[in-house]
Write a protein of this length. Structure first.
Ligand SMILES: [Zn+2]
Length: 347
């Protein structure tokens, strides 16, 4: 069958295999026929050879961690043939650590977890794949065109859950949210903020293209003028760029008792002249919390599936800016202007 593969650590080894083996039964009881996979920056880093680990004993890694497919068979009876499903990306470490032992593999302590399409497990960019039922998340049938958005939505569902858990340390009635970065993660973080009835502001550099309209369509306000011109102190910040100077700016911008959630991965190595003492004073005197958030566990995937089911279908569709058939896979992995989310279609 067809599969999009790379050889980890070998830049530009991306290829479309025609003879990739069928998924072995020990991969999971649920056999799924792929509809599509979403593409993100992690895929490009893996293609560039910075990242990625093949399954034990294999030299190639199948890409794809943002999945969508249809169940072909599930002998356990949890799912029915034809059900629309996405596969959970991360699997618990074999030890397991205290977090993985209770299904919180997103909080794995020892780093020995595995991830489809990233670390030690074949990805979902292949015609058929298998997972066990607890790693298959069912989506409403109406989400067949946009269900690949479930994985990035699970990441922001976790971020929001942790924001709210931190907020519950005291009486907390947040009103305003600032999201920095209007890529897929930022836009989905803004969607979940709007679903909570909060006043949402999104900051991004773009002045043209689809981002300003996508933000306004949510009922949120779009800013491209820089953080200094915002004129308010947000109760919650979701930082989705990883841009070092912006990360520091949002920490200083948060309101008293404010919570800053960092979701962007920076490359590192760039030094900034910065008054760390002033930042420390601000954080202490305002009871602020800054925390990082990555990945998602099964609970977050289920929350994300409900959030997508409640969202405006047309808005979700417009997040998918390009659909590329699998034969043209190299185009799909090459960024294009005004890309929000690119999807590789197998069906
Ligand atoms: Zn673990």
């Amino acid at each position: 069958m067809r599969a999009v593969t790379i050889t980890p650590g070998v830049p530009n080894s991306l290829r479309l295999a025609d003879d990739y083996p069928e998924p072995p039964i020990d991969e999971g009881a649920v056999l799924v026929e792929a509809i599509s996979v979403g593409i993100c920056g992690t895929d490009r880093e893996i293609i560039d050879g910075h990242y990625g680990e093949a399954p034990a004993g294999a030299s190639e890694l199948v890409l794809g961690h943002e999945s969508l497919g249809r169940v072909l068979e599930d002998p356990t009876g949890s799912l029915r043939p034809g059900d629309l499903v996405a596969g959970v990306v991360r699997h618990p470490d074999p030890m397991p650590c205290p977090n993985c032992a209770v299904g919180e593999w997103d909080m794995c302590r020892n780093g020995q977890y595995t991830e489809h399409g990233i670390k030690g497990l074949a990805g979902f960019a292949r015609q058929r794949w298998r997972v066990d039922p607890e790693f298959a998340v069912r989506l409403e049938p109406a989400l067949a065109d946009v269900g690949t958005l479930l994985e990035p939505t699970s990441v922001v569902a976790k971020a929001w859950e942790h924001i709210e858990r931190i907020g519950s340390r005291s009486v907390w009635l947040p009103e305003t949210v600032l999201v920095t970065g209007a890529g897929p993660i930022g836009l989905l973080a803004a969607l979940l903020a709007c679903q909570r009835g909060l006043t949402v502001h999104v900051l991004d550099l773009a002045t043209t293209g689809p981002k300003p309209d996508l933000v306004r369509a949510l009922g949120a306000q779009y800013h491209s003028t820089g953080i200094a011109a915002l004129g308010f102190a947000p109760d919650v910040v979701l930082e989705c760029t990883g841009a070092p100077s912006l990360v520091l700016d949002v920490m200083c911008q948060a309101a008293p008792n404010g919570i800053v959630c960092l979701t962007g991965v920076s490359t590192g190595g760039r030094l900034i002249d910065f008054d760390a003492g002033a930042l420390n004073r601000d954080l202490v005197l305002e009871n602020n919390v800054v925390f990082g958030s990555v990945n998602a566990n099964r609970r977050h995937w289920d929350i994300a599936a409900s959030a997508l089911a409640r969202a405006d279908r047309e808005w979700l569709t417009s997040l998918i800016s390009r659909r590329v058939p699998v034969e043209a896979y190299t185009e799909a992995y090459t960024p294009a202007p005004d890309d929000i989310k690119t999807v590789l279609d197998f069906a």
